[in-house]
Design a binder for this molecule. Structure first.
Ligand code: CTP
Length: 447
């Protein structure tokens, strides 16, 4: 695979040398594009020696090769690490004032940003807006790691570990992550899809429980689709069921990642929290997380449609009596996409994660088909291993603590019908996690 590695001007630039090593050792052809300021931290000679390719920062070097067009067009993947606040701003603004930003504008494949900056810069509204813009356009922007920063301060802003950036890069390109010691080129995956992130840190107690050593990603809450800076289209999801599932998975020993859209309840302790707002942001986060997760649970209420435009300014009442018309466009079906991507990776590599994908169905039934029939149709359409079927009405289920669900599986038969459970959302979550553990144990082992 051809990869462009963009290096921004931050002290963490030196860590990208390890990332470059991981990429080249996995068999990829990497062209490094450092920004001018990054060369104060790491010199061109380092990038040329490690990548085996010539390195340039300017559109005016090697003009005859038209590098700013060629590199962006040819790249199967662009990784920017470290992505400084300035680089994120320039990318979000569509600027093209050096070779890297030109290349980003020419990109045809996935783009992954691994930010590094001080906590204040990361949480500044300007940076938040730039990150949201980039994510909204389909780029993957990792959350920075938390820890010691350049000075004596610490907080969110550290460059994620090179191994984590590498895993995210492979996931962005739809490739499995080679296990340590697996030296086969990534262009011919050996079939191992076990992510580096699922390993338990050495020297710490191994968690016990039915999901010990497993990584579980849960989506929760309701997405919000912006109409203008103050308005959005949303739904009634409280996030309670997703939070209960994340908690139950963590209690079963799993390493849990919670991708949270709007929720009325706080996230549980001890889980990795990724906040999203829109369906497209949720989709990016799921794409990033799924190939490294043993289990994906799609409990979020994802908006099926979004307004075709998000006005930069507040939509005003008009004197001429013309009222605005909102046109909706369809959001991607994230659950169905995750199943398709996993199945495609399985077909080419022999094995792929997530081993178990769980969908939810909120059905009212309408007389033409009973709730159960709708559930079965949805299970077949989405292709997941389990479908949690809820009957909803305005006052039923959403926001309530007690609920009733049927767990549908393609293996259901007259002899072994789908079970129905009633109880609080945490009791239901316990039932679902117990069933997921059984499914995982029965799933084909990941080679
Ligand atoms: N879902 C998704 N992406 C969407 C919509 C839904 O991943 N754009 C997921 C939800 O997280 C849930 C499941 O799909 O796990 C079922 O969602 P639901 O809205 O009930 O199903 P739809 O496919 O939208 O079907 P319907 O038209 O009947 O609402």
């Amino acid at each position: 695979m051809r990869i462009v590695l963009g290096v921004g001007g931050g002290i963490a630039a030196y860590k990208s040398a390890s990332l470059l090593r991981l990429l080249t050792e996995a068999g990829h052809n990497v062209s490094v594009i450092p920004t001018e300021s990054s060369k104060r931290f790491v010199g061109v000679a380092t990038w040329e020696a490690l990548s085996g390719n010539t390195v340039s920062s300017s559109v005016f070097d090697e003009v005859e090769k038209v590098n700013h067009v060629r590199l962006g067009h040819e790249a199967d993947l662009i990784v920017v690490a470290p992505a400084t606040a300035d680089l994120l701003a320039r990318a979000a603004g569509g600027q093209a004032d050096d070779l890297l930003t030109n290349t980003l504008l020419m990109a045809r494949g996935p783009v992954l940003f691994a930010p590094a900056m001080h906590t204040e810069m990361w949480s500044h509204p300007a940076t938040r807006a730039n990150v949201a813009t980039l994510r909204g356009r389909g780029a993957i922007v990792m959350d920075p790691a938390v820890g010691r920063l350049t000075g004596k301060d610490s907080g969110a802003g550290r460059l994620p570990d090179p191994e984590d950036i590498f895993a995210a890069a492979m996931a962005a390109a739809g490739l499995p992550v080679p296990t340590p010691g697996d030296t086969e080129p990534a262009s011919q995956p050996s079939g191992s899809a076990q992510p580096s992130g699922t390993a338990q840190p050495s020297g710490t107690a191994q968690p016990s429980g039915s999901l010990a050593g497993k990584t579980v990603t849960v989506t929760a809450g309701g997405t919000r689709e912006p109409l203008d800076p103050v308005r959005f289209l949303g739904n009634r999801s409280s996030g309670k069921q997703g939070v209960a599932l994340a908690r139950a998975a963590a209690e079963a020993g799993a390493q849990v990642r919670l991708i949270a859209a709007h929720m009325d309840v706080p996230a549980p302790e001890g889980v990795e929290l990724i906040r999203v707002e829109t369906a497209l942001e949720l989709r990016n986060a799921v794409h990033e997380a799924a190939p490294g997760s043993d289990v994906l649970i799609m409990a979020a209420a994802v908006a099926d449609f979004r307004p075709d435009r998000n006005s930069d300014t507040k939509i005003k009442k008009r004197d001429d009596g013309e009222d605005p018309v909102i046109t909706l466009v369809r959001n991607p079906d994230i659950l169905a996409e995750a199943v398709q991507q996993r199945n495609a990776a399985r077909a080419s590599a022999g094995a792929a994660l997530p081993s178990v994908i769980v969908g939810f169905a909120a059905e009212t039934g309408d007389g033409t088909a009973e709730v159960l029939d709708y559930g079965r149709q949805k299970l077949a359409r989405k292709g997941c291993e389990l479908l949690v079927l809820n009957r909803v009405g305005v006052s039923l289920v959403f926001g309530q603590d007690v609920t009733e669900v049927t767990l549908l599986s393609p293996a259901d038969s007259d002899a072994s019908p789908a079970p129905t459970y009633a109880g609080t959302k945490s009791e239901i979550a316990g039932r679902i996690i117990a069933r997921v553990s059984q499914e995982l144990a029965a799933a084909l082992p990941v080679r």
